[in-house]
Structure formats: C-alpha cells, structure tokens
Design a protein around this ligand. Structure first.
Ligand code: NAD
Length: 399
C-alpha cells in the first residue's frame, strides 16, 4: 500500500523533508504550506521541473537527490485526505497555525510528527486536536535530522550534514499503529537512526532550548545601548555568569525531574541529563578544555567563530536582534514551558526566573509576574498552564 504523507512548512526543513520523502518508492508526498503565497510559488517552480537536494557526506563528497512532491498546496483538506502521516517541519511559532489547519481533517490512527517538536509540542497538539489526538500517534523529535539551507526557493536545497541518531518521544495514546517510527524512518532513509525516550518529560527536561537565552542575557543585560563595530562571538565570548545561569537552569530541571519522580514513582525519567554532561558526550572530540561548562562552550571547535544575532545600522554598525529565534522561539516554546512544568512540580527556579524576567523585557512580553507564571502572554506560549494543566496528574494523558 502507498504511504501517503503530508509535510507541513515551506522553509529549509520542509524542502529537505519533502524532497527526501518524495524520492522513496511507493509514496504520495504532499506539502502543506499555508504561509503567504509560498505554496503557489513552489508549485509553479516545480510545474515542469524537479527539486534538487545536494547532500553532503562526512567524507567530503556529496550526492544529489532529484525528486518532486506529488502535491504542493495551501489547502489542508486536500493535503490531509487519506494521509497516514503528517510531519511538522517548521519553526515552533508556526505549529499552532498548522494544527488548526489540519484539525478538521485528521483521522484516528494518523501519525503526527513534530520534527523538531520542541517543548510544549504535545500540550499544543492535544489541546488543538482534542479528542482525536489520543487516537493518533503523536511523536516529538528532539531536533532536525539535518543542517540544511535552501539555495533557491522551491528548487534547490543543500543538506550540509545529517545526524547519525535522532531521539524522539512517542506519546502512547490508543492508536493501532504497531511500529510508530517505521513510516517516518522509511521517509527519512537509513540516517538518522530514530531512537525513543521513555516519555515526553525526558527530552523536555533535557532540552537544549536553555542554551541561547542565558548567553543572550550574559552580554546584553549589560549593554550600554550603543551600536557596536563588530558582532560579538556567541560561544567563544560566553561570559562566566551566562555559563553559571545555563548550568543553574539545568540543575533546576533536574530538581524538577526529581520532584516529579518523588510524587509519581512510576514515571521513568532516568535519562534527564545535565547540559554539561550532554556537551561532554556529544562534543567529546571537539572540546579542547572540558574542565567546566564555561570552558567546554568557549573551546568547542564546532562553535568557533559563531556570532550573536545582530542587525546592521545605517552607518554599518551592529545592534542585537532580540527578535531572532534564540529568544523569540526559545523563550515561549522553551523556557516558559519549562518554568510551567517546574511550577506544577512545586520547584522554585530562581535562575530561570532571572533569565525570563530579562528576556520578557526585551521581547516586550509578560510571562512572569514576580516568580509566578501568570503574565498575560502565557496565553501565546506553550506553557502547560495555557492548556489548563494544573497538577502532575494532568500529565497522565501524555505519559
Ligand atoms: P526556516 O527559517 O527555513 O522556516 C521558514 C519557513 O517558515 C517559511 O518558509 C515559512 O514556510 C514558515 N513561516 C515563516 N513565517 C511564518 C509565519 N508567520 N506563519 C507561518 N509560517 C511561517 O526554518 P527551518 O530552517 O526550516 O527550521 C525549522 C526548525 O528546525 C526550526 O525550529 C529550527 O530552529 C530547526 N532547525 C533548523 C536547522 C537548519 O539547519 N535549518 C538545524 C537545526 C534545527
């Protein structure tokens, strides 16, 4: 039987996901792109042409994949008709719009994948898809399988690198799907190999969304507001305070995991890891000095030369871009969600609160009031509180 899949999005990730998937045998791949006129433009570009994926291999060689999604549309009804798997391959801020678009058309036993899912994906999915979500298989992947850049919209994209492994979480629900990862793995190909966490709390409480906001805080909280001649280095220029805050937030998440375990002993959260331990493992060959989180981040060759997100002024100087995803995504779909879970678990989070209080100021938002997550903009975040979760038992539907 043909595998019918929908890829939601229109950026780097959606190009690679739909292109690779469409190159498999016996598939019907539809792109659902609701943003602006992208679907119309993309469909026109491929009317008499194929999409070209340039895939870089670790040995320095590269391959080429030519393919074409079978349908590119902004019409969710057409896209979802008969689909057995729906893959979100867009930044988290766009998830809500896609959930709303597909909600009337999702049938039981559909696999819904957030790739990446990012914190709060499950809460949002279950809220918007209501009764149908528990009958589906909801999967949230921890990251994107590739680093990728579009070189020509709709037509050409480069896969800079492909991960070896990718972790995700499968929300059990009551679907009839026997091997939840199977169709998704088939569409991706052999790499990355998909692996699963035991429940959504493990990846959420180990999330890498806690990296960018403290690093931004570490430098811009002390900025005098004057445009700069150069873009400061992001990781190489990391401040001691930023590393302490990042580490402290990770400690707070581990304390949250322990508090949850104390109240719900059946929930296995043994894979919640501290950010420092994760770094030492993932970048074991790239870090020159592993003595602390600070030195590990500053001396990681994979991060060499990366700079802060900046906007150029008219006279060629630079000011920080607080709208960049390091804050605009990693706060409402990262820190705010984590703060919400810690609050429900009854854990105080002074480190998170400090970074959140500053972040919300520069973002022009209100999530925290004092140290409580009760600001008006919680309503546009993915905090569990937004969706009515009040106690740890409310998480049971997802565990
Ligand atoms: P992207 O920047 O290419 O996404 C842009 C697309 O998002 C647009 O083409 C449009 O389809 C959609 N979009 C933009 N504004 C929108 C709006 N207001 N409403 C609805 N849709 C809108 O993003 P990407 O590179 O494809 O990344 C997707 C996710 O993967 C992100 O969370 C990113 O952080 C993560 N990620 C990307 C990479 C990478 O190499 N590209 C690597 C790791 C993780």
């Amino acid at each position: 039987e043909k595998l019918t899949a929908v890829v939601c999005g229109g950026g780097n990730a959606a190009h690679v996901m739909s292109g690779l998937a469409a190159s498999r045998e016996n598939v019907d791949i539809r792109v659902l792109d609701t943003f602006s006129d992208e679907a119309e433009r993309w469909a026109k570009i491929l009317e008499n042409d194929e999409m070209v994926l340039t895939v870089n291999h670790p040995d320095g060689t590269h391959g080429e994949v030519k393919s074409k999604p079978h349908l590119i549309t902004n019409d969710a009804k057409k896209a979802c008709d008969g689909a057995s798997i729906i893959i979100f391959a867009v930044p988290a801020f766009a998830h809500e719009g896609y959930f709303e678009a597909i909600a009337p058309y999702v049938k039981p036993n559909t696999t819904i994948v957030g790739c990446p899912g990012q914190p709060g994906f499950e809460f949002q999915c279950f809220h918007i898809l209501k009764d149908i979500a528990p009958k589906c298989c909801v999967i949230a992947m921890e990251g994107l399988p590739w680093a990728a850049r579009i070189s020509q919209f709709g037509k050409a994209v480069t896969v800079l690198s492909t991960k070896e492994f990718l972790d995700g979480v499968i929300i059990p629900g009551s679907s009839n799907i026997k091997e939840p990862f199977a169709s998704f793995q088939y569409l991706l190909g052999p790499k990355p190999v998909l692996k699963n966490y035991k429940n959504f709390l493990e990846p959420t409480l180990s999330t890498k969304s806690i990296m960018h906001p403290p690093i931004m805080y570490g430098i811009w909280n002390y900025w005098d507001g004057k445009p700069m001649d150069q873009k400061p280095l992001f990781y190489n220029g990391l401040t001691e305070e930023a590393a302490d805050l990042m580490s402290g937030i990770s400690d707070e998440l581990i304390a949250t995991a322990k508090a949850i375990k104390a109240k719900k002993p059946d929930v296995d959260i043994s894979e919640v890891t501290h950010i420092f331990d994760w770094f030492k493992l993932i970048y074991k060959d790239e870090i020159a000095d592993k003595s602390s989180l600070l030195t590990s981040l500053r001396t990681n060759s994979a991060y060499n030369g990366l700079v802060h997100p900046m906007k150029e002024t008219e006279d060629g100087k630079f000011v920080p871009d607080f709208k960049f995803r390091y804050l605009s995504e990693d706060v409402p779909f990262g820190l705010v969600v984590l703060k919400g879970i810690s609050e429900i678990a009854g854990v105080d989070t002074p480190m998170m609160d400090k970074v959140l209080a500053w972040s919300q100021k520069v973002l022009g938002k209100e999530y925290l009031v004092g140290n409580k997550l009760s600001g008006k903009d919680v309503a546009t975040s993915r905090a569990p509180q937004r969706y009515g979760y009040k106690t740890l038992n409310d998480f049971d539907v997802l565990l």
